[in-house]
Design a protein around this ligand. Structure first.
Ligand code: NI
Length: 169
């Protein structure tokens, strides 16, 4: 089932998230919905707060569904390693129509549970490292605009306020 993606300005995006305590049928349904919603958007990553659920879950798939290995699911993820630095353009399904250059570590390793409750790790460089960090940020109430310097952030926020006033956000 597709779930609506919340946009910047929605308070759920900045609420603290809770760890998942058990992988219940409701959690499995949430994961299925998140993958479907991410593919439909289309996007390469989606975190539970973006669909209004304040739990520590995200999904990523750089192939947007073309890779038969399927999406990676991370439940209660933690960083194991962060190293190097990359500067690339980045966007977010919760901030549609806007991108900005964001500094991120070049490589990250994240450890968490898969959808069966087994521990697994994702080791990513480049775009995967960026996606993993972006989704981890969502679990910590942080959007990519919060990582921008004052002026670039203010510019985007001001444009969104205008769109919002015009009923276009
Ligand atoms: Ni995002």
């Amino acid at each position: 089932m597709l779930r609506p993606i919340l946009r910047l300005g929605d308070s759920i995006l900045t609420e603290p998230t809770r760890p998942v305590e058990a992988i219940t049928p409701a959690i499995e349904a949430l994961i299925d919905d998140m993958v479907e919603t991410m593919y439909a958007a289309p996007g390469i990553g989606l975190a539970a707060p973006q669909v209004g659920v304040s739990l520590r879950i995200f999904v990523v798939d750089l192939s947007v569904g073309r890779d038969p290995a399927g999406p990676s699911v991370m439940i209660n993820p933690e960083f194991v390693l962060r190293e190097g630095m990359q500067l690339e353009e980045e966007g977010c399904l919760s901030v549609p129509g806007f991108t900005a250059t964001v500094a991120r570590p070049k490589r990250v390793v994240v450890s968490g549970l898969d959808r069966h409750g087994d521990t697994h790790q994702l080791d990513g460089t480049g775009l995967l490292a960026r996606a993993l960090q972006h989704e981890m940020d969502h679990l910590n109430s942080c959007l990519f605009v919060d990582r921008l310097r004052g002026i670039s952030r203010d510019l985007i926020v001001r444009k969104i306020k205008k769109l919002s006033k015009a009923g276009k956000w």
